[in-house]
Write a protein of this length. Structure first.
Length: 162
């Protein structure tokens, strides 16, 4: 079976990028796990792994520095569309994000972008609700001490690649 085609769609700034260099490592009905290098070089972020939780509405990524040390875990609230005939996934970033640092400090970011997107009619009220509900569900997992459940598929892939 050929790998699916992945696109990352952002609302702010508006863009839709083919993730042509992402390597699909696992795919099943519930998730897609990829390994990747940054699209645009950055001083802090070099490469990572992402797990798209298709039914959950979030993507959990492990971000690494160039030297291979952990930068942090980055969680995007997302929605996706799947075009079955071309096996194409368009994953839309629903703006709210959660960063989990190595010391387990949790930071929620970009909530203000939800307001901007609603004001500028980039999203509708239903999408706003979806984003906030998915964010709430993710935070409940993290605050219950169960984030390792979302990290585990990525950690297993990394261990199997060594």
């Amino acid at each position: 079976m050929a790998d699916p085609i992945l696109y990352r769609k952002r609302l702010i700034p508006e863009e839709c990028i083919l993730l042509k260099d992402d390597h699909i490592l696992v795919r099943d009905d519930d998730k897609i796990i990829t390994g990747w290098h940054t699209i645009k070089p950055r001083k802090d972020l070099h490469h990572g792994y992402s797990c798209y939780y298709l039914r959950e509405g979030f993507k959990v990524s492990k971000f690494y520095r160039e030297d291979g040390s952990l930068l942090y875990w980055y969680c995007d609230i997302v929605s996706y569309e799947h075009e079955a005939d071309t096996d194409t996934y368009i994953v839309t970033d629903l703006l709210a994000d959660v960063i989990v640092y190595p010391d387990h400090f949790v930071k929620v970011v970009d909530i203000d972008e939800l307001v901007t997107a609603l004001d500028e009619k980039l999203i509708n009220e239903e999408t706003l609700k979806t984003s906030l509900m998915n964010l709430n569900r993710l935070l409940e997992i993290i605050y219950a001490g169960e984030f390792s459940r979302l990290q585990e598929p990525i950690e297993r892939v990394i261990a199997n690649r060594k």
